[in-house]
Design a protein around this ligand. Structure first.
Ligand code: NI
Length: 281
């Protein structure tokens, strides 16, 4: 349906994009000698966008997009409860408005609700006013359901511009959550493939993307949760994972690339105009 057509578009657009989501939030490195020339150093900007975090401990964040779904999301909540895993649901506003009781159950059981827009459009291609409308309408539906504003946004397809990240953070207070583990479950490769992809890629601090609107995804979560738990992983909400984040330890030695190019050119550290990711989000 609508989402499928956009998948095709984004598969094509990926061919022309080298951009990795989330990296645009990386602070610009200071240049050697700049401290003598610049009177007032600019304080580091707080990070707005996250693909994963560095944590000390076996913590991950399982995230489920595009729901809630009347039958699948309750099944998933049962599975999560059996493993004491907490998840984050990035809900589509119109689904949230249709199933507020599922959101209430999720929150009651310790899960988090994030904003995933009202109708799942590509935000990067839209006017600020249209984006604002998508987010506000969804936020209103979430507040109506659970009595609490969301703190997180996952842009559909992970697609959002650097400028949008800034004003959305300023206006709504959202942090922008992408992912580092994507099993491409929306392509329905089969539950065992979804499980093996997640198990292979997940490490402490990972943010795992899946969708609670596809029956094989929920089926995949039975073995996925069993194996994640066997490996000692603990899933927490995204907000809790971000709170557990620690600064990355300094690297033991500079990379060969860094030693040949010590000063990044402005182009290499500037924020790309559009962040486009895989179509799964
Ligand atoms: Ni989505």
């Amino acid at each position: 349906m609508f989402a499928r057509r956009l998948f095709v578009y984004f598969s094509l657009s990926l061919l022309f994009s080298q951009v990795t989501p989330g990296q645009s939030a990386t602070p610009v490195p200071s240049l050697p000698g700049a401290s003598t020339a610049v009177a007032a150093p600019t304080p580091a900007q707080p990070q707005i966008t996250f693909n994963s975090v560095h944590v000390e401990g076996p913590y991950i964040a399982l995230t489920f997009d595009d729901g809630p779904n009347a039958t699948l999301t309750p099944k998933l909540l049962d599975l999560l409860a059996a493993h004491h895993f907490k998840a984050t649901f990035f809900v589509v506003g119109q689904n949230a408005a249709d199933h507020p009781e599922i959101l209430r159950r999720a929150v009651r059981e310790g899960h988090e609700i994030g904003n995933h827009s009202w109708s799942h459009p590509n935000l990067a291609k839209m006017s600020d006013e249209a984006v604002r409308h998508e987010l506000q309408k969804t936020e209103d539906a979430i507040v109506a359901a659970i009595g609490k504003r969301p703190a997180l946004l996952r842009p559909p397809y992970g697609s959002i511009t650097a400028n949008q990240k800034r004003w959305i953070h300023d206006e709504f207070g959202y942090r922008i959550i992408i992912w580092d583990v994507d099993p491409l479950d929306w392509k329905r490769p089969g539950p065992s493939v979804v499980t093996s992809r997640i198990l292979k890629e997940t490490r402490p601090g990972s943010i795992v993307l899946s969708h609670d609107i596809h029956p094989p995804t929920i089926e995949a979560m039975v073995a996925t949760f069993n194996q994640l738990e066997a490996k000692g992983f603990k899933s927490v909400t995204v907000t809790d994972l971000l709170a557990l984040a620690k600064p990355l330890p300094p690297k033991p030695s500079p990379s060969p690339r860094a030693s040949t190019t010590p000063i990044p050119s402005p182009a290499s550290v500037s924020t790309p105009p559009v962040t486009t990711s895989t179509p799964g989000g």
